[in-house]
Design a protein around this ligand. Sequence first.
Ligand SMILES: [Zn+2]
Length: 452
Amino acid sequence: MAKTLLIKNAQVLVTMDAQRREIAGGAVFIRGNVIEQVGASADLPQTADEVIDASGRLVMPGLVNTHHHMFQSLTRAVPGAQDAELFGWLTHLYPIWSGLTGEMVKVSTQTAMLELMLSGCTTSSDHLYLYPNDCRLDDSIEAAQQIGMRFHAARGSMSVGRSQGGLPPDSLVEDEAEILRDTQRLIETWHDPERHAMLRIVVAPCSPFSVSPDLMRESARLARSHGVSLHTHLAETAGDVAYSRERFNMTPAQYAEDAGWVGHDVWHAHCVKLDDHGIGLFGRTGTGVAHCPCSNMRLASGIAPVRRMLEAGVPVGLGVDGSASNDGAHMLGEARQAMLLQRVGSGPDAMTARQALEVATLGGAKVLGRDDIGALAPGMAADLVAFDLRRHNFAGALHDPVAALVFSAPAGADFSIINGRVVVRDGRCLTLDAGVLVERHNRLAAELVAGS
Ligand SMILES: [Zn+2]
């Protein structure tokens, strides 16, 4: 028999279920890796193999991160890339990243996942798009398995170097046939299409300015022949749009449509500059967007029209984006910034706290193509997090604890459960030694930057 786990007495249980119930004194009963019952503590079984008393905590579905480049956590706050816009920032960092090794990928992925996990995230995607030296996506996957995070590993790629009119140096690009071969190998080795899967593979050429239209089309064909999702960067900045117009004579949205990159199985990062035609197209086709407010502010890319996207039916999730353009990957903090930034662009009612939490949970799940995470309901994967409402952050804000979670300074997770397993307790990660990891990470970060 699978082990049972009962979380009871939550001060408030945010379900994100079909009725968006918020249950005072709520409880969740888990069997194995799946939620079996959700309701008031008095109405659920009173005991289980393990019982967690969640008094004083807000319990909610684990947050879903839809866009990241975890290797970049080795190059946070690098002098020289602190104050640049996207293309200048990339041009400064590419030579440093060319020293990346497999060990660095593995360690930086664990650090990034540790940071996400402690901020309430239980599922993340990661977009690894450069493979110098001995780097493999398998390094990221093994890191995720060790720390215990639900993972959508995106096999990124770059194939158009500077000599071909692209942005990256020629030394960092790969041969297109080799990219497709390796992507197929990864799908066949690792992809799990089953409900409650802990690991999925995503086909993810880096961006229109670093791969050819051919690779975009071939990638879409490969992904659809295996039933896996597609992910890339799109319409991030004005420079991005200008490149698309000059090189392809199309807007980014037209380019995406032309290459077969629209549909429920596709999500694009950023879309800060998605025009009205693009918003309509994405809404009609169910094409998803990973909104990355901190990164968009850090690089001064602009304010993504998220409110208009949501009104048009575009699936929108949140992404912290790579750690070199958002040096603090805090998922709850990202939800807060999403709410605040929409208000800067569209007024104080542009996004409520509850809408921000919905985008961070159900929205992210939809963008990743999943109906088994993002809500606490029977049959869903047992991914949930708790925040301690007795902390100073929330003092005086308990008139509405759910809104307080977003309005107040971002809290860390008090405990976290992923796939039915307790991975964070009392704000500490149980699956690896954070002190040892951070020391190793800092040593590798210094080596990487010194070696460039
Ligand atoms: Zn990105």
